[in-house]
Design a protein. Structure first.
Length: 251
């Protein structure tokens, strides 16, 4: 098992759950909880669902191949879990968008005026496209091996990029919400700021787990394929060092 993988994976869980907990406490205890009636309580569902979906579920979907490798989980089950976690994230993000748009409309607040909202729409659209392409290419109808391998490095790049964009959008959203509440260092501000920091740390650790070369070694066939394909053309000795050969590539 690669050095520090388990502590990092555990730390990622702690940070992700802490982010969700902080946003929940902020929305429930300090901003009157949730409702679906056009009120500010409906708005509260927006940050709550966005953080659960596009940060926590999505981050876990990204590292699920690493977490399950070596545990003898059937490959199709991991693929389905990777997809289902992202589907849940997408559903959360759509409900969160409907919540904030309806809240704005019900209160005659203009839509799409902020950088946060523009970056947010870009995040959700890119996330939806990534999910769609991933489904078509890897699950159904599932393209031949050659095309899947070709697409893999872009899939991984955009996967991490979109998580980073979601993290940046969350920071802007927290900043805006706190600014609406007034410029003062109260408990709400502390909750929001700490949630921002844990979001940064969570996305950073997910990205680190995905890009750390050691964690590719024998950890998942998918990474093995991606890694081997990436270096094969350069005749990199790592191809053999990492145990990737024609058997693992064609499995
Ligand atoms: C990746 C996660 C998020 C995405 C994709 C996202 C997306 C969006 C979008 C598209 C809007 C515009 C709605 C409209 O114009 O009617 C919006 C509004 C808003 N969001 Fe988020 N959001 C996210 C997370 C958050 C978080 C964590 C907060 C923190 C409290 C937040 C606070 C706000 C606020 C205050 C508004 C209303 C002001 C504005 O339109 O900029 N958002 N969000």
């Amino acid at each position: 098992m690669a050095l520090l993988f388990i502590p990092l994976a555990v730390l990622a869980q702690i940070l992700g759950l802490t982010t969700v907990a902080l946003i929940s406490v902020w929305m429930i205890k300090y901003l009157d909880g949730f409702a679906w009636d056009g009120s500010s309580q409906q708005f509260n569902l927006h940050p709550f669902l966005m953080v659960i979906g596009l940060i926590y579920f999505y981050g876990n979907a990204i590292i699920i191949y690493r977490i399950t490798s070596g545990l003898n989980v059937p490959r199709l089950a991991v693929k389905l879990a990777h997809f289902i976690l992202q589907l849940c994230a997408f559903i959360c993000s759509i409900i969160a968008l409907v919540a904030v748009f309806q809240f704005h409309n019900a209160n005659q607040i203009p839509n799409m005026y902020s950088m946060h909202s523009w970056a947010g729409i870009a995040t959700v659209v890119m996330f939806g496209l990534q999910l769609l392409f991933g489904f078509l290419i890897f699950l159904f109808p599932k393209l031949p091996e050659r095309y899947r391998t070709l697409y893999m490095s872009s899939h991984i790049f955009f996967g991490v990029f979109i998580l980073g964009l979601a993290g940046a959008t969350v920071l802007m959203g927290i900043g805006e919400k706190l600014a609406f509440a007034g410029s003062t260092l109260n408990t709400e501000a502390i909750l929001g700021n700490v949630a921002g920091l844990t979001t940064i740390a969570f996305t950073c650790i997910i990205a680190y787990i995905i890009y750390k070369p050691d964690y590719y070694a024998d950890r998942s066939l998918t990474s093995c394929k991606m890694f081997c394909t990436g270096v094969q053309s350069n005749q990199d000795p790592l191809v053999t060092k990492k145990g990737c050969n024609s058997d693992t590539l064609n499995a």
